[in-house]
Write a protein that binds this ligand. Structure first.
Ligand code: SF4
Length: 864
């Protein structure tokens, strides 16, 4: 049994892994403080994602396999040559919250201490850099002043801009457990009614981008209600002279309710609950951070906690929760272009200090380019050599088509990745095979400052190498062998720990110097530990005067989009997918939850556009257009759309959310706004639609719409197009015995291909008829016995089988219709009763909010 950590979100769950060959059984680690044995659906099914399918196994230059020596020499030579000709700022690294801390540390050291530029930024810029800026403005250092234990002791938890039930499911289950045990109140502040709202006492569906108005109104209310902590303010907090005068303008209840577009009574209820509940945790995530005013939004939340003294105490804190597994480790080493290292900025004394520590010949003296500016510099030719590590910016950056243009014109692009073919590796001149999750060895830091070991489960695949080793070897080849002669990940951890303590003297809370002498054996056996204790418990902050800062923030004007774009596009994650699906997309189980990229739209908005549930529609913004399946949702505010971030060119002709947002950023953090892009929706009217099931990977198909997912035993491709579909029929299907039926009258066609008595593929197309259920046909891909020709062409068994409906519980394969049948037939009224009857929701718990929603909808229907 090997103890390690989950590959995905910032909750940082501990895992126990039982390895057999290249297979692994995953269970939650009951001894890990982050999850105490629980895992969500993504963590539970990690074992489905560790095969070598799609892996990059050898170094390549220009698409041809080369030796590691040749690849390292090429990267080092081209970077050195570019620096010699154009200076250190002509090169850049774009790295990732998927890297381990040791990987991050060495990349940061090479760029900022030896190349002499700070042009290293990370995809964490897109995730939580506004929280970093907000923390530094308020506290003087990027310190998260909460832990998960605070969720157990709070009396009120406020979730702001966070679909916790889907994006941090184990935290959500912990919140629900606290509610059950102690009656903790829960308020959700989010424009959308997500599954996170299912258990909330109150949901405020505020206007997108009005969070500053809402929090300023809360602070004004706390002041008038007399719940400011005047003693704490006097001793531990400083504020500009005009702070309170400025706050009072426009922060009355009625003005705030109008600005936020929420009912005044609901707003007052929240304000009164907050004022009356000293033990309050305000947990926030991407809805706050991914905004062009993200830093102000963070400070609006922090201001309220500082002014009411709700910080540094059990159950009372603002709590930024990160999206990625090691975003926090990146923050600790300085992996953002705006930070230097070990929580130090670019003040001259810090540059000198870090230069001494590293014995660095070429210290960067100023911040580098942040992600959006970095790719703009690639596009306009200022950056001529770029190394991308463990991330997919051709999909994930805003206005991603411009990023693709930049990559296409960049003279030298290196990509280190464990996946061979991503939307980004297609632009690489050099591809370097990196270790995958199950092969990595190092540390990660989760959202509550807990540092855990990630341990290798398998030998390195093919010629893959750890990222820290690849970077070290390039640094050695560039002439800095002495400074990069690491032989074990522990060497890097020890150096990182020493730097955190170097000339610190208590000036920086991030100090893990007590681990600097850890042995290799001690590192291998290291238990999770948290740095920083209970930050600010003594009321002292890492600022020159030891006080925290109230930062004046004003609500920006929320102007409607231009006439061509009357709607507002919001973006986010699905419950069972992760980022660009390079791993979760390998799992048939995880692909069951939502099989296509959906655009969620309010039914009245859709009706006004002549669009029905299940139609296809283009989401169009000033940056581009992409096609989605329409999902009508009462949980959407009128005038707003929601799309998922996961789909790429590898899986779909549509669903390309990354290309839609503007490349506009927060002025302090440089974090792009992904949550409120002016958009419009246009119905697509394909002449035919259909689907393909295949045992082997289907060939690329490019009709108007084609999107593919893994299913048990093969693949499912949803299709729609216009004109003749003969090309699709010819291209899509494999060799074998063909069974075929043509519906001349209605222009439909059904073709099944059988080989050795087993179904290899089947295609169902219709112009105005119905299509058979996918699930029975998918089951035939893996079936031992062959269904009859008539059954295959009909797309259903001769003896009808019950339709379980879309899968809700992926752990136990329980569908929506099965749950509804049990709820109505057996009179079930609670999630636990459904669990007892069907097992649904009794493993990872990720589907419990969905089950609760089904029970509620059923009860509403019964009373109607
Ligand atoms: S909540 Fe889920 S995705 Fe996040 S770390 Fe835990 S198991 Fe992994």
């Amino acid at each position: 049994m090997i103890r390690t950590t989950c590959a995905y979100c910032g909750v940082g769950c501990g895992i126990r892994a039982e390895v057999t060959g290249r297979e692994v059984k995953i269970a939650g680690d009951p001894d890990h403080p982050a999850n105490a044995g629980k895992l969500c659906s993504k963590g539970t099914h990690l074992g489905d994602t560790v095969s070598l399918e799609g892996r990059l196994l050898h170094p390549e230059i220009g698409g041809r396999r080369v030796s590691w020596d040749r690849a390292i020499g090429e990267v080092a030579g081209r970077f050195a040559d570019t620096i010699a000709r154009h200076g250190p700022d002509s090169v850049a690294f774009y790295v990732s919250g998927q890297l381990l801390t040791e990987d991050y540390y060495v990349a940061n050291k090479l760029m900022k201490g030896f190349i002499g530029s700070a042009n290293i930024d990370t995809n964490s810029r897109l995730c939580m850099s506004s929280a970093v800026s907000g923390h530094v403005r308020a506290f003087g250092e990027d310190v998260v002043p909460a832990t998960y234990d605070d969720l157990d002791t709070a009396d009120l938890i406020v979730l702001v801009g966070s679909n916790t039930a889907w994006c941090h499911p184990v935290i959500y289950q912990r919140i629900l457990a606290a509610r059950a045990a102690r009656g903790t109140k829960l308020v959700v502040i989010d424009p959308r009614r997500t599954e996170t709202c299912e258990d909330a006492d109150l949901h405020l569906a505020l206007r997108p981008g009005s969070d500053v108005a809402l929090m300023n109104g809360l602070l004004a209310h706390c002041r008038s209600a007399g719940v400011l902590d005047e003693g704490y303010l006097a001793r531990h907090v400083s504020a500009p002279d005009d702070f309170w005068d400025g706050l009072s303008q426009g922060s009355d209840l009625w003005s705030t309710a109008a600005a936020c577009d929420v009912p005044p009574a609901d707003l007052l209820a929240f304000y009164e609950l907050f004022a009356a509940t000293p033990r309050t945790v305000t947990l926030f995530s991407q809805g706050i951070n991914q905004s062009v005013r993200g830093t102000d939004q963070v400070n609006a939340i922090v201001n309220v906690h500082l002014a009411t003294g709700r910080i540094g105490k059990p159950g009372a804190a603002p709590f930024s929760i990160t999206g990625q597994p090691n975003a926090m480790g990146g923050r600790e080493v300085g992996g953002l272009a705006s930070m230097l290292a070990a929580h130090m900025d670019f003040a001259p004394e810090n540059v000198a200090r870090v230069g001494r520590f590293w014995a660095a010949p070429n210290m960067a003296a100023k911040p580098g380019l942040k992600a959006v500016d970095l790719f703009e510099a690639v596009r306009d030719g200022r950056i001529k050599a770029l190394w991308i590590m463990a991330t997919n910016p051709a999909v994930s950056m805003p206005d991603a088509n411009l990023v693709r243009e930049a990559l296409a014109t960049c003279p030298f692009v290196v990509v280190s990745d464990c996946i061979a073919d991503t939307d980004t590796t297609r632009f690489a001149h050099v591809k370097l095979p990196a270790a995958g999750w199950g092969e990595k060895d190092g540390t990660v830091t989760n959202s509550d400052r807990l540092i855990s070991r990630q341990r290798a489960l398998f030998p390195l695949a093919g010629e893959a190498r750890p990222d820290w080793l690849i970077v070290s070897e390039v640094a050695q080849a560039m002439g800095w062998a002495d400074a990069f002669s690491y032989t074990h990940a522990a060497d890097l951890f020890r150096e990182h720990a020493r730097l955190s303590a170097y000339e610190n003297g208590g000036s920086r809370l991030f100090d893990i110097g007590d681990r600097a002498a850890i042995s290799n054996a001690g590192y291998d056996a290291m238990e999770p530990f948290r740095w920083g204790g209970t930050p600010f418990a003594d009321g002292r902050f890492p600022t020159p005067d030891g006080k925290a800062r109230l930062v004046p923030v004003r609500q920006m004007a929320l102007t409607p989009g231009p006439g061509r774009f009357p709607l507002t596009l919001n973006t986010g994650r699905y419950r069972d997918q992760w980022h660009t699906m390079t791993r979760t997309g390998l799992s048939a189980k995880l692909s069951q939850h939502l099989r296509e990229p959906m655009v969620e739209v309010h039914p009245e908005d859709a009706a006004a556009l002549g669009i029905a549930d299940g139609d296809l529609a283009d989401v169009i913004t000033g940056q581009g257009a992409s096609a989605y399946r329409v999902l009508l949702s009462e949980g959407q505010r009128r005038g707003e759309l929601f799309t998922p971030i996961h789909w790429t060119d590898r899986q779909s002709t549509g669903g390309r959310t990354g290309l839609l947002p503007r490349a506009q950023v927060d002025p302090h953090s440089g974090q792009p706004g992904f949550k409120s892009t002016p958009a419009r929706l246009e119905k697509l009217a394909p002449e035919w639609r259909g689907f393909l099931v295949m045992r082997d990977a289907p060939p690329p198909l490019t009709p108007l719409y084609a999107t593919r997912v893994r299913v048990a035993g093969g693949w499912l491709v949803e299709l729609a197009g216009s004109g003749d579909f003969a090309t699709i029929v010819e291209r899509a299907l494999p060799e074998g015995q063909r069974l075929e039926i043509v519906d001349e009258a209605r222009g439909g066609m059904r073709v099944a291909v059988v080989q050795d008595g087993r179904l290899r593929g089947a295609l169902y197309l219709t112009r105005d008829g119905t299509l058979p259920s996918r699930d029975w046909l998918i089951a035939q891909l893996g079936a031992d016995g062959q269904a009859s020709s008539i059954e295959l062409l009909a797309g259903r068994p001769a003896k009808p089988a019950p339709d379980r409906g879309p899968i809700v519980c992926v752990c136990f394969d329980v569908g929506m219709k099965t749950i509804l049948d049990a709820v109505t037939g057996q009179g079930l009224t609670s999630v636990d009763q459904v669990g007892a009857a069907l097992s649904a929701g009794t493993n990872c718990g990720s589907c419990r909010p969905a089950i609760k929603r089904l029970i509620g909808a059923n009860q509403e229907a019964a009373h109607a």
